[in-house]
Ligand binder design. Structure first.
Ligand SMILES: *[C@@H]1O[C@H](CO)[C@@H](O)[C@H](O)[C@H]1NC(C)=O
Ligand SMILES: *[C@@H]1O[C@H](CO)[C@@H](O)[C@H](O)[C@H]1NC(C)=O
Ligand SMILES: *[C@@H]1O[C@H](CO)[C@@H](O)[C@H](O)[C@H]1NC(C)=O
Ligand SMILES: *[C@@H]1O[C@H](CO)[C@@H](O)[C@H](O)[C@H]1NC(C)=O
Ligand SMILES: *[C@@H]1O[C@H](CO)[C@@H](O)[C@H](O)[C@H]1NC(C)=O
Ligand SMILES: *[C@@H]1O[C@H](CO)[C@@H](O)[C@H](O)[C@H]1NC(C)=O
Ligand SMILES: [Zn+2]
Length: 289
């Protein structure tokens, strides 16, 4: 009898808790970021939150920040599906794609990447800023410790359970270089996922390496922080690369003019980033002699 009522109570909590704490948003004052801690996302007002402004002159030299080892980042069948979540555009990855090295404690499985943006190329919307500069867009590759078997619920219980790789995206200089075909290809799917909840398969042909074009992945900033969306767990080893991915202006504009926060009569998804949080200790590679 006691067991039964406990079981019932537990079931009740499990069903109620997600509904109570899931409602969050970027813009509506009733659920925007100032309210995240009040909505039950208790970690969101912690002391080690992301994103941050990186002050390059204050980044401490750390010679342990060695190159990464990327496995299967060159695989042209790595990208599985692309989805409109209502908060972002997310690409899920097949298994067998990993990252290690880079002073990470173990191998991490690359699970997905998603993007943050403002309102077209005119209104930048990266999450991190560098010396106060906000870039047009930011790509996050989310990785979890291999020992967690791709279970992010488990990963966020460990202070280094997740590793996020952050890449800034900006407009390429006029006439200097060619638009990466990989980005043209990826964004061709946006018209198939204009409404929240829509998801389509990605045809093999583009790799993560193709999308990370032009970035010297040996040069990066490192700090310990959090998820930038609720529940904001402080479980993320952040790597913010110094070089940017360069795409055309019209490609940046596509995001804020194609995908919507809900159905076809809802607004376009714009300014999908969290504001800057309290400064953290940031490290980087020592300058070359
Ligand atoms: C964090 O948010 C909770 C819930 O609103 C509140 O009780 C607590 O005082 C806040 N802590 C800080 C440091 O602001
Ligand atoms: C890389 O991915 C392929 C399939 O795309 C898989 O067969 C292979 O095992 C992966 N490599 C590693 C080292 O996991
Ligand atoms: C985004 O930009 C478009 C075009 O410039 C403008 O019409 C719209 O009002 C902007 N949206 C927001 C939320 O600022
Ligand atoms: C993930 O880990 C949590 C916490 O240990 C566990 O409750 C849950 O069942 C796991 N999920 C899956 C899909 O294995
Ligand atoms: C680009 O994307 C389309 C689907 O939108 C796909 O059919 C095509 O094979 C892709 N091309 C390359 C080179 O990956
Ligand atoms: C579309 O979404 C809006 C909220 O953005 C909602 O008010 C409206 O009822 C929805 N319409 C349909 C047909 O689902
Ligand atoms: Zn993100």
């Amino acid at each position: 009898m006691v067991m039964n009522s406990l079981t019932v109570a537990a079931l009740f909590l499990c069903f109620l808790a997600p509904a109570d704490t899931d409602a969050w948003c970027y813009h509506d004052p009733s659920c925007s970021e100032a309210t995240w801690p009040l909505l039950g996302h208790n970690y969101c007002n912690g002391t080690q939150q992301s994103p941050i402004d990186i002050v390059s002159a204050h980044a401490d030299d750390d010679s342990d920040l060695m190159p990464f080892i990327f496995v299967n980042y060159s695989s042209t069948s790595a990208l599985k599906t692309i989805e409109n979540s209502g908060m972002t555009v997310k690409v899920s990855l097949h298994s067998g794609i990993t990252v290690s090295g880079g002073d990470l404690s173990e191998t991490y499985d690359s699970l997905q990447f998603h993007l943050h943006w403002g309102n077209g190329s005119a209104v930048p919307g990266s999450e991190h800023t560098v010396d106060g500069k906000r870039y047009p867009m930011e790509l996050h590759i989310v990785n979890s410790e291999s020992s967690c078997n791709r279970n992010t619920t488990l990963a966020v219980e460990d202070s280094t359970g997740l590793a996020a790789l952050a890449f800034f995206i900006e407009e390429m200089p006029d006439g200097v270089s060619q638009e990466p075909a990989s980005w043209r290809n990826l964004t061709s799917y946006l018209t198939s996922i204009t409404n929240s909840g829509e998801s389509v398969s990605i045809t093999p042909g583009i790799s993560l390496d193709d999308l990370l074009v032009g970035v010297d992945r040996r040069k990066y900033y490192r700090y310990l922080g959090s998820l930038t969306t609720p529940p904001c767990n402080e479980a993320v080893v952040w790597t913010v690369f110094k070089d940017t991915i360069k795409v055309s202006k019209d490609l940046i504009d596509l995001f804020s003019t194609t995908v919507r926060v809900s159905n076809s009569s809802s607004p376009f998804m714009v300014n999908v980033y969290r504001n800057i949080q309290a400064a953290q200790e940031v490290k980087t590679q020592p300058a070359e002699p």
